[in-house]
Design a protein around this ligand. Structure first.
Ligand SMILES: Nc1nc2c(ncn2[C@@H]2O[C@H](COP(=O)(O)OP(=O)(O)OP(=O)(O)O)[C@@H](O)[C@H]2O)c(=O)[nH]1
Ligand SMILES: [Mg+2]
Length: 297
């Protein structure tokens, strides 16, 4: 149990804590959490992008002390949404956590479109299908705390069950409209098992409930750009305090894209994020981006 003075929402998954009491771990043993160790990293999200709404102000700590954000996206059923992945990247860079893209359901569709979108980024990625061996992924998870995030139904718990056979995480079905059913309802950290011949710490993995969107109200407009490292250099020639919005005639990002230095769709994604924070409608709706079926978030 938690010492009362720590407050109701103080301890999150990934926290390292000090305990007093019976720490034997046997049935009925009671220990008290008395102190939370200073966090090495904090991955946060808000329900909304707008800090002027109640949802936007309600900031949630997803997990503490993670080293790696594993952005899980299915290649089909539900279809990948680069807008969502872009948001996760912003959150990862903001929290100083390394991103890894994990593309599941590779048995249903190819990765070319998604991977092509991120070529400028050198974003590490792994492909997962039901029969693939997970050695490459295990190697990337070794020795660190990794947190899985993704829409409902993309296969996070399925993957966790394969990595940690004792986990027995409930797995759901993807409903007809391509949305998962939010089978997992809370975040759980699991110790990865040692593999035969593997030496060293195999690491920890945190399964989280599927989320609809990754609200970024807690990230300043300035920091949003860090989620787009392929665009950062393009802003060197911008006028001071350039807002980088499409109506800013002197913004150097358009020329950067025209010169082939970054993908037009990445700039569009960045500007959709900027607009969503300015409260200009809800760019999470895929219908607003009819030209690009991948773009939704
Ligand atoms: N074809 C195929 N189906 C998969 C794969 N991985 C997972 N699935 C299926 O996708 C469905 C959803 O998987 P889950 O593991 O429950 O998804 P989740 O991301 O944990 O979902 P939430 O807990 O709701 O966030 C299940 O029916 C899985 O069997 C895959 O690589 N290929
Ligand atoms: Mg799940």
């Amino acid at each position: 149990m938690r010492a009362r003075e720590l407050g109701r929402k103080s301890v999150v998954v990934g926290d390292r804590v000090s305990l007093v009491g019976d720490v034997s771990g046997t049935d009925g043993a009671l220990a008290r959490i008395v102190r939370i160790t200073e966090r090495r990293s904090v991955l946060r999200r808000t329900a909304d992008d707008d800090e002027n709404t109640a949802e936007g102000r309600l900031e949630r700590v997803v997990v503490a002390n993670a080293d790696q954000l594993v952005i899980v996206s299915a290649l089909a059923d539900p279809p990948p949404r680069t807008g969502f992945i872009d948001r996760c990247l912003v959150a990862a860079y903001d929290a100083d956590i390394e991103p890894l893209l994990c593309l599941t359901k590779a048995d249903l569709a190819g990765p070319e479109q998604v991977v092509g979108y991120y070529t400028e980024l050198e974003l590490p990625y792994v492909l997962v299908r039901p029969d693939s061996d997970l050695d490459a992924l295990r190697a990337l998870l070794a020795g660190r705390v990794s947190v899985l995030v993704g829409h409902s139904g993309v296969g996070k718990s399925t993957l966790v069950n394969r990595l940690v056979p004792d986990a027995l995480r409930a797995v759901g079905v993807v409903s007809a409209i391509g949305r998962g059913r939010h089978t997992s309802t809370s975040a759980v950290a699991l110790r990865l098992p040692r593999t035969p011949g593997g030496d060293g710490d195999p690491g920890w993995i945190v399964d989280t409930p599927g989320i609809r969107s990754f609200g970024l109200a807690h990230v300043s407009a300035e920091s949003l750009l860090h989620g787009f490292p392929d665009l950062v250099e393009g802003t060197v020639d911008c006028p001071p305090n350039c807002p980088h919005t499409p109506d800013e005639a002197d913004c150097a990002l358009d020329a950067w894209v025209t010169a082939g230095k970054a993908d037009q769709r990445r700039l569009a994604s960045y500007r959709r994020l900027l607009a969503s924070r300015a409260g200009e409608g809800d760019p999470r709706e895929v219908e607003r981006n009819p030209g690009d079926p991948l773009a939704g978030s």
